[in-house]
Design a protein. Sequence first.
Length: 129
Amino acid sequence: MPVDTYYPQGAVVVLDHDPYGARSNRPALVISDDKHPDRYDESVDDPSYTAALLTTGFSAVNAWARTITDTDLGEGKPLARKNSHVMLWAVRPIYESEIDKRVAQVTDDFLRTLGDDYRAFLDPDEPLL
């Protein structure tokens, strides 16, 4: 049975829970699409997406987190008064049933920069971003 919604790559969504249990919900950035693993599949009732979890809790610069600023949003609004950060290490599958709402969309340029961050993150010779 096809589902009516689809969350494209770069969608900022809010999960109905926090996988870390720190609060009642957690924002995430969808990083999969029809060209990447875990893509949306209309043939299943609860499609999955690959996502990187976000936080606003950094009080210092973290070498392995990418800040999402207002200029990185193609649509939508910031999640909080503080900047949100993509936690590069916090990648997990999320299911459509876990998504409470979509609140923003990052730009293609931000996704390209994030791709560069992941290349550096996985490079054993790279000490920091």
